[in-house]
Design a protein around this ligand. Structure first.
Ligand code: ADP
Ligand code: 5GP
Length: 183
């Protein structure tokens, strides 16, 4: 029988560098696939449906919840985000490792349903530096930025639930740490 893949979950506050680390990991690990989440939030400039996310309506999201299609889902910031179960199961059964980039509530749901999942938390060197990165990215308005910072403090309180914590201070070191976990 073919070996099933491993499931990795990457979480951490908005702006900490998860997306950046994920891109590096996907380049370095050929058998790793990324599971594209569904969300009810609006696409940002430069985002394409089916690439960063599947952008769906609240009605469709509710329908998919009631059909039991999500491995996990959560209300994050001001929208819904979720991972489709079938996508993940198909990849794992094909022997591919799968990476999810999801919030803390979702990560803990995955741990309940798939106890073998490896949970990795990305922490900022400080909350001040997190604020600088979020501002520097230039994707959020003032209100959205404040919502993300308030949530960051709540998320940081749950980092001890994870198997690994990577402090994303020096990017190269952080990439190396993630690579060691995944490879
Ligand atoms: P997330 O996906 O967690 O929201 P991003 O990957 O979009 O975060 O990173 C947020 C911003 O911080 C981006 O502008 C990114 O280039 C920058 N960044 C990521 N890692 C580092 C790092 N180690 N040092 C400085 N800036 C970083
Ligand atoms: P953003 O809107 O900045 O792309 O993402 C906001 C937050 O939603 C991030 O913390 C991200 O990890 C989380 N997120 C993205 N996709 C999912 C998902 O499928 N499930 C859950 N629970 N959270 C997600």
């Amino acid at each position: 029988m073919m070996k099933t893949g491993r499931l990795f979950v990457l979480s951490g506050p908005s702006g900490v560098g998860k997306g950046t680390l994920r891109e590096h990991a996907l380049k370095n690990a050929p058998s790793l696939t990324y599971s594209i989440s569904c969300t009810t939030r609006k696409p940002r400039d430069g985002e394409t449906d089916g690439v960063e996310y599947r952008f769906i309506s609240r009605e469709k999201f509710q329908e998919d919840i009631s059909r039991g299609l999500f491995l996990e889902y959560a209300h994050v910031h001001e929208d819904y985000y979720g991972t489709l179960k079938q996508d993940v199961v198909n990849e794992l059964e094909a022997g591919h490792d799968v990476l999810l980039e999801i919030d803390v509530q979702g990560a803990l749901q995955v741990r309940e349903k798939m106890p073998d999942a490896v949970l990795v938390f990305v922490a900022p060197p400080s909350v001040e530096e997190l604020e600088r990165r979020l501002e520097g990215r230039g994707t959020e308005g003032k209100e959205s930025l404040n919502v993300r910072l308030a949530n960051a403090v709540k998320e940081l309180a749950l980092k001890d639930e994870y198997d690994y914590v990577i402090v994303n201070d020096d990017l190269e070191n952080a990439c190396e740490e993630l690579k060691k976990i995944i490879l």
